[in-house]
Design a protein around this ligand. Structure first.
Ligand SMILES: Cc1cc2nc3c(=O)[nH]c(=O)nc-3n(C[C@H](O)[C@H](O)[C@H](O)COP(=O)(O)OP(=O)(O)OC[C@H]3O[C@@H](n4cnc5c(N)ncnc54)[C@H](O)[C@@H]3O)c2cc1C
Ligand code: FES
Length: 267
C-alpha cells in the first residue's frame, strides 16, 4: 500500500526542475541513495531519490526534472494535494565504507538531488571523513539546481565546492566554464585513500567514470547511481535488470568494479 503524503510546497529550482516538499502521514525512514516510487493516481508511477536529509523522518523533499507524463503532473502539484509513495527501495550508499577517506562527489544536472541527501548525511558526521569535495556541473548558470543553498554550503568547514557550466553566453558566471569532468583536474585527492561518487545523466556518468579511471581512481572505489526502468521496485518483475543484477533491489548504487563488464551500462 502506498504511504499517503501531503504536499507542503512545490518550488521552482530551474526552468524544468522543481523540489516537492512532502509530509508523510506516518514517519518515513530511508537511507541516503535509496529511492521511492511516486504515485500519481490515474497517471502512473515513477522512481525518484529523496534529496533531503535521511535524518529527518517527518518530512522529506524530492527534486524532479520534468521529462514526461508523471513528472509533468508532479510539477503541477499544489500545496495541500495528497499523493502516494512506495518504498524506500534499494540499498543506497554504503556510507560506513567511506569513513576516514577523501570523498569526491561528482554530480551533473538533476543528479545533484540524491547527492544533496548524501552530502547532508556526510556533513552530519563530517569528522569521520578526511575531506569532502563536491564537483557539480550544469548546462548554464540558469540550470544550476539549489542556487538558494550553495551560498550556505560554501561556508561549511570540511566541504570544498567546485562548479562548472558547459556554456555561459551571458558572461554571468565567475567559476569554471567547461564540462564537469574538467573540475576533476583541479581536485586534490589522496587517491590511495579515497572514494568517488557519481550521479548524473548517462553520458556524464560515462565520461566522468572514464576520467576518474584515467586519473587513477580504482574501479572498486567509484560508486555509480544507476538509472533503469522500474516497475515493482521489489526485484520481482525484471524491468530493471542490469546483467545479473536487479537495479531496484541490488542497487541503485553499484561500484564500477561490479558492473564494468556488463554490456550497455550507460544506455
Ligand atoms: C532509481 C532512480 C532514481 C531517480 N531519481 C530521480 C530524481 O531524484 N529526480 C529526477 O528528476 N529523476 C529521477 N529519476 C528519473 C525519473 O524516474 C524519470 O525522469 C521519470 O521516471 C520520468 O517519468 P515521466 O513519466 O515523467 O516520463 P516518461 O513519459 O516516461 O518519459 C518521457 C520522455 O523523457 C525521456 N526521459 C525519461 N527520463 C529521462 C531523464 N532522466 N532524462 C532525460 N530524458 C528522460 C524518455 O526517454 C521519454 O522520451 C530516477 C530514476 C531512477 C531509476
Ligand atoms: S523494478 Fe521490478 S525487478 Fe526491479
Amino acid at each position: 500500500m502506498p504511504i499517503e503524503c501531503i504536499v507542503q510546497d512545490n518550488i521552482v529550482e530551474t526552468s524544468n526542475i522543481n523540489t516537492v516538499f512532502l509530509k508523510p502521514k506516518t514517519d518515513f525512514h530511508f537511507r541516503t541513495g535509496q529511492f521511492i516510487e511516486f504515485t500519481i493516481p490515474g497517471v502512473g508511477e515513477a522512481p525518484f531519490t529523496p534529496s533531503s536529509s535521511p535524518l529527518v523522518t517527518d518530512k522529506f523533499e524530492v527534486t524532479i526534472m520534468k521529462v514526461g507524463r508523471v513528472t509533468e503532473r508532479i510539477h503541477a502539484l499544489k500545496k495541500g494535494d495528497t499523493i502516494g509513495i512506495r518504498g524506500p527501495f534499494g540499498k543506497g550508499y554504503p556510507i560506513e565504507k567511506y569513513y576516514g577517506k577523501d570523498v569526491l562527489i561528482l554530480g551533473g544536472g538533476v543528479g545533484l538531488a540524491p547527492l544533496r541527501s548524501l552530502l547532508l548525511k556526510l556533513l552530519s558526521e563530517v569528522e569521520k571523513f578526511n575531506k569532502i569535495v563536491l564537483c557539480y556541473g550544469s548546462r548554464s548558470p540558469e540550470d544550476v539546481v539549489y542556487k538558494r543553498l550553495f551560498p550556505e554550503w560554501k561556508n561549511i568547514k570540511g566541504l570544498e565546492i567546485l562548479r562548472s557550466v558547459d556554456r555561459c553566453p551571458s558572461g554571468k558566471w565567475d567559476e569554471t566554464v567547461g564540462l564537469v569532468t574538467c573540475l576533476l583536474d583541479k581536485c586534490e585527492i589522496e587517491l590511495s585513500n579515497s572514494v568517488a561518487i557519481v550521479c548524473g545523466p548517462p553520458i556524464m556518468m560515462k565520461f566522468g567514470t572514464k576520467k576518474l579511471l584515467e586519473l587513477g581512481h580504482e574501479p572498486e572505489n567509484i560508486y555509480l547511481s544507476m538509472e533503469k526502468n522500474m516497475s515493482c521496485g521489489l526485484g520481482k518483475c525484471g524491468h530493471c535488470q542490469l546483467g545479473p543484477y536487479f537495479v531496484c533491489k541490488d542497487g541503485p548504487v553499484f561500484t564500477y568494479e561490479e558492473i564494468k563488464n556488463i554490456e550497455g551500462i550507460w544506455d
